[in-house]
Design a protein around this ligand. Structure first.
Ligand code: ATP
Length: 563
């Protein structure tokens, strides 16, 4: 629609020189001027109106382009596979969403329409000029052809410079995200200057490439600035001579000159559109790169709250897995079975692959070979939202998100009843904290929950998982930041949960492990032994050693050693 309206505007502009020529002829021959004047006025009005309308339609379309590009990106980000996410930087993704979409806006609307309309106008005017006088036309065309050569040489440089500038903007984004994301650590280690230097280097690169793009743009503009006076002089000289010899009318020369002046606009439009298209294409490229990142099958969406009622079983069947082709395998044939209900503890040295068991159970990654089965069904045959809906997961550094305590608790269970919230608050001993807060559950917890203590954050994460009433509860070292009293309370809450659902814990504390119905001892990507505490102390060397040393040490030094 914008193109059509713009075309109408251009047609009106195109007809104006003809009408003006008529007016001169009418003046000379003493005809009635009314009709000619009215026609000219109408053309001016239509031209102005069409311009305003097309600007509005284009602006509106541009906003829609940005909107849908951002929504596409958001949906894609949310569905990215963990393996793809491991290879990208959030700050760079953010820059693509905020900055590249805006660049794209220009290409997808104004530049396309301007380019299209501009080319049509230029061609129409050239045809009109040719019809007026082929000789004058040839002179003019030669000047503008030289311009096209300049454009062809410089436009790709604009694309390249824009691409490099946007890449640097991505680095600025990720470096800023790093600075703000680890704010306290960076301050504590006096690393501000280093981080600013990284940002400065990238911002400087963005500036340099941005300036390059502007320079090529300016050169293209100056080519125009040179071409127009040259063409006008040529036409005046050549045309004046032809008028003097009577080869053409004065009105023809005037019309031709007017065309020449009107031609400047569309030609500039086309040149500008071409350079913008180059810049936009660079942005579109960066957006396309996101669209080829691997996403999860199906849609990970909200699932209704669980009911605790059917504890799930989990089986690993000769699972082999590596995060990265260049790295050593993390699981080298892991097999174990967790029956429905009760608590299974995973123990083993750091890096043994315990957290990876949970990551595979959540299907954040797929094993390279072997199978992971929930309730006897391969995870790959589960709809992803149903699979994750059945689970509650508290990761090792479970994040508390910006927002209120209530937002955090209701993250996976938006419709939980007040009584259910109360129950989990009591179970995780958060009730005292919430009651003491002036705004209670509506207290804002700050970025990453930094207005809470480490132990409080951990308990919020556990409360959130319990509220889901999952059929499989995955707890990764959840008591690491708790004091003795809270840890005891939480152990009881977990033991209560284990009576209703299947609980898997990665544990470093003997107190947690001893309560487990089954213990899986992992070492270097393999399951060494499975059994109860008593069986393993007697039967497994590594476990006996861990039990005698690391656990007990962790027990007495818990809050210093972990976290
Ligand atoms: P800990 O007790 O220290 O938490 P863990 O037994 O839970 O250790 P995992 O977190 O499963 O160990 O990690 C196993 C190995 O996989 C480690 O060597 C780690 O470096 C590697 N690893 C973990 N996550 C990733 C990842 N996203 N990308 C690449 N490698 C990873």
């Amino acid at each position: 629609m914008a193109a059509l309206v713009t075309l109408a505007g251009s047609a009106a502009a195109l007809a104006q020189p003809l009408a003006a020529g008529r007016m001169v002829d009418a003046l000379g021959s003493g005809q009635d001027m009314t009709a000619v004047l009215m026609g000219l006025a109408a053309l001016v009005l239509v031209g102005a109106g069409a311009n305003a309308l097309s600007a509005y339609v284009l602006g509106k379309t541009a906003e829609s382009v940005v909107f849908s590009a951002r929504m596409d990106l958001a949906a894609r980000f949310a569905r990215l596979r963990l393996s793809a996410m491991d290879r990208t930087r959030p700050g760079d993704l953010l820059a693509r969403m905020m900055s590249d979409t805006v660049l794209l806006r220009e290409v997808a609307t104004r530049s396309l329409v301007d380019g299209f309309v501009g080319v049509l106008s230029v061609v129409a005017m050239l045809v009109a000029m040719f019809l007026l006088d082929p000789l004058l036309f040839t002179g003019t065309a030669a000047v503008f052809a030289a311009n096209l050569v300049v454009l062809g040489l410089l436009a790709p440089k604009i694309g390249r410079a824009t691409r490099q500038a946007q890449e640097a903007v991505g680095v600025v984004g990720s470096a800023t995200e790093k600075l703000l994301g680890a704010f306290r650590t960076i301050k504590a280690f006096g690393a501000e200057a280093g981080q600013i230097a990284v940002i400065r280097e990238a911002a400087e690169r963005a500036r340099r490439h941005g300036v390059s793009a502007v320079r090529w743009n300016a050169l293209i503009g100056s080519a125009m600035g040179f071409a127009v006076p040259a063409a006008v002089l040529a036409v005046l000289g050549l045309g004046g001579a032809r008028v003097a010899t009577g080869s053409i009318e004065l009105s023809t020369l005037i019309a031709f000159l007017l065309y020449l002046f009107y031609l400047v606009g569309p030609v500039e439009q086309v040149m500008h559109a071409v350079s913008q298209l180059q810049a936009g294409a660079a942005a579109a490229d960066r957006l396309r790169e996101v669209s080829v990142l691997e996403v999860e099958p199906g849609r990970a969406g909200e699932d209704g709250p669980g009911t605790w009622d059917r504890p799930a079983s989990l089986r690993f069947d000769d699972v082999r897995f590596r995060y990265d082709d260049e790295r050593e395998p993390v699981h080298r044939g892991v097999s174990f079975t967790v029956p429905p209900g009760g608590m299974t503890a995973f123990v083993g040295p750091s890096g043994a692959g315990k957290s990876t068991v949970f990551a595979l159970a959540e299907r954040f990654y797929d094993p390279d070979s072997g199978r992971v089965l929930l309730d006897g069904t391969d995870l790959r045959d589960w709809p992803l939202d149903a699979l994750r809906g059945a689970m509650g997961y508290v990761e090792q550094d479970a994040p508390v998100l910006d927002g209120t305590l209530r937002d955090n608790l209701l993250l996976g269970t938006p419709h939980a009843a007040a009584s259910e919230i109360r129950d989990v608050l009591v179970a995780t001993r958060l009730d005292g904290l919430v009651d003491g807060l002036p705004s209670g559950l509506d207290t804002v917890v700050g970025h990453r929950g930094n207005r809470l203590s480490g132990g409080e954050r951990q308990r919020v994460a556990i409360a959130r998982a319990l509220l889901r009433k999952p059929r499989l509860l995955l707890l990764d070292e959840v008591t690491s930041q708790l004091d003795a009293v809270n840890e005891l309370a939480l152990r009881e809450a977990v033991a209560t949960a284990a009576r209703m659902t299947t609980v898997l814990v990665v544990a470093h504390r003997l107190s947690t492990v001893m309560r487990a119905d089954q213990i899986v001892v992992m070492d270097a990507g393999r399951v060494r032994a499975v059994g109860t505490h008593a069986e393993l102390v007697a039967g497994d060397e590594l476990y006996a050693e861990l039990a005698a040393t690391q656990f007990l040490t962790a027990e007495s030094q818990g809050d210093h050693a972990r976290g």
